[in-house]
Structure formats: structure tokens, C-alpha cells
Write a protein that binds this ligand. Sequence first.
Ligand code: 1CP
Length: 346
Amino acid sequence: MSNLPPDPDAPFLRACRGEATPWTPVWIMRQAGRTMNEYLELRARLSFLELCERPDLCAEMAVLACERLEADAAILFSDILLVLQPFGFTLQYVEGQGPILDPPLRAAGQVDALPEVDGGTALPHVLEAVRQTRAALRPETPLIGFSGAPFTLASYLIEGGPSRAFALTKRFMYQDPGAWHALMEKLVRTCAGYLQAQVTAGAQALQVFDSWVGCLAPPDYRELVRPHMEALFAALPAEVPHIHFATGAATLADDMLVPGVDVLGLDHRTPLAATWERTGARGVQGNLDPCALLAPPDRLAGLVDRVLADAGGRPGHIFNLGSGLLPETDFEQAIRMVAHVHERTT
Ligand code: 1CP
């Protein structure tokens, strides 16, 4: 606990602005959940959703993970799909299956029937988790707030759960572009309010996860998604940096750099240096294959070095995995990865 305000010049925040840093800042998507012992112990008593509804425990997990890893930023403990609950969908996380949303959104008429959800007030427990996490973090550790992006959220709504081909989502987009745009606009309004409220509650940076948008052809992205990302990023508070993340999206990177995006989050299939150079992004985040953490420690060190070499020490690199930490990961390996990034770049 500290009464000091959060440090605006923490290395992670400097890197988001493209400024030089004393070392390459590093954090890990999904660093709190999944593999830390204390998290697994809590999960033996509470479901993931019960945990998400306890701001005190969310704060405890987010802070503990960050401190144990010695990461340069903490991320709010929550999930991208919680924002869909106030629209009236039942969300469940089913062992071995993943997130399930019920009823699935399949007919254009269902979009009109969706309520207008005020993202600034609909999830008070999440905002309380932001406040408690901020209060418990050291001033030098920035807190990242986040939301799912409208495409990825819509894909879960329409598929009703995880998907490989996103066939139902694409059928919806192609069959009824009017209803698709209306759905995206609704989600943009809610997510913008939700992200703004997280900043008011204490977040120093925002990440928008468009995890599955890499399934789209670039012209479809430009027609059916990009205008909504422009609206979303234009609505976010300018006083904090904005990270736009997707996986498998090497061919979309130029279009993802809409005005208001400070940092592009790249996965391991996307060439980091080439994409950085081509897009002219202020910063890039990534992009170690999460499976590298399953390699023996010396091999892991080599794989980390390869990413660092690709980034070439240029100001604006934030080290991260290409997607979230895998459940198969040994947390000690994640600790080693962070330490190695710091050692090599200090
Ligand atoms: O440290 C943290 O864990 C931070 C909080 C966090 C974040 C940022 C969680 C907790 N999830 C996310 C983002 C998230 N959720 C993404 C984008 C990141 C990525 O690409 O990896 C996605 C696609 C989801 C959707 C989701 N949530 C799934 C399906 C995809 C998958 O990875 O299998 C699942 C299984 C979840 C549940 C979930 N969310 C978070 C945790 C710790 C868990 C596991 C819950 C458990 O079983 O204990």
C-alpha cells in the first residue's frame, strides 16, 4: 500500500510512448491465472467466475503475480467475456470446453433486442477490483486495464463458445452486414464506457484484446471491423496509452494501427521488426511463442534472446508472449523468462 501516485515514468509506460527505458519492460498476458500455485489453491475453492466477483481476491492475485514475476506491469484480474453478462447472456467456463455463452446470438433480430449497456456502471465489481489492485500496487508498477474487442466478443456471442473456423460469425457478417454493424456499434459503446471507467478507477494503460480477428481476410477487416476500432480508440481517454492486440494477424497489422493506438501487440507468427518498421507503430509488444516456456531453461533463454535481437533494443519494445500464458506452463519458467529479459537488457 502506498499513498504516492503511480509513477508516470515507469519503464512500461515510457516504452508505450516510444521512449528509451533503463531495461526492456516485460509482463505476461494472463500472468495471474492459470499456473501460479496461490491461484490454483484459490480455484480449488472457488469457480473462476466467483473469483472474478471478489475484488479483494482479484487484487490479491494480480499483485502477487506481478511481484513474484518481478514484471514491469500488473494486469487487472478479470476476463474479456465478463462484459457480455450485462447484455443478458449466461456465461460459463466449462472444464475442457472453454467459455460458453447462452443463448447464442444467431438471428439479426436478436441484435435489436439487446439492451444498451452502460459499460461505465454495469460491472461495479470489476471497477472495484481496479481500485483495490491500484491501491495495493507499488507506485512504480503500472496497472493495465482491458477489454475484449468488439469482433472477438461478437464471435463468442455468435458461436456460443470457442471456435476454429468462425463460420457462424462470418455467415452472420456476410448475410446481414447491417445487423453486424449494429452489433459492433453496440459493443463499441459499451466497451468504450467500460475502459474509460477502468482509467477513472485507477488503470494507467489499456489493452484491447482482439484475440481471434486474425481469422479475417484483410479486406473484410477493413470493411467490417476497422471502422469500429477507429470509433473505439477515438473514444478512449488520451491520458493513458492504448495497446491493440491480436493473434495470427500479421496481414492486418497496418489496418490495426488506427489513430489512438500507441502499441501493437504481436504474436509469435508475426515478424516483429519487419511489422514494426512497416507500420511505423510507436511501440510493439511481444512476441515470444508461449510454448517457449515449455522448453528447458537454456533453450528458453535462447528463444528469449532471439526476440530481443529482433527488437534490436529500439525504444518502444515491451516484451511479452505472443498470446496468453498456457495452462501447461511451470510458473518458475515464467519467472526465469522475466529475469532473463531484465538481465540481458539492463
Ligand atoms: O493474469 C491474468 O490472468 C489476467 C486476466 C485475464 C486476461 C487478460 C484472463 C483471466 N483472461 C484474459 C484475456 C482473455 N480471455 C483472452 C485474450 C488473451 C489471449 O489471447 O490469451 C481470451 C481469448 C479470453 C477468453 C477465455 N477466458 C478463454 C478461452 C480462450 C483460452 O485461452 O482457452 C478461457 C478458457 C478463459 C478463462 C480464463 N480467463 C482468465 C483465466 C485465469 C482463465 C482460466 C480460468 C480457470 O479455469 O482457472
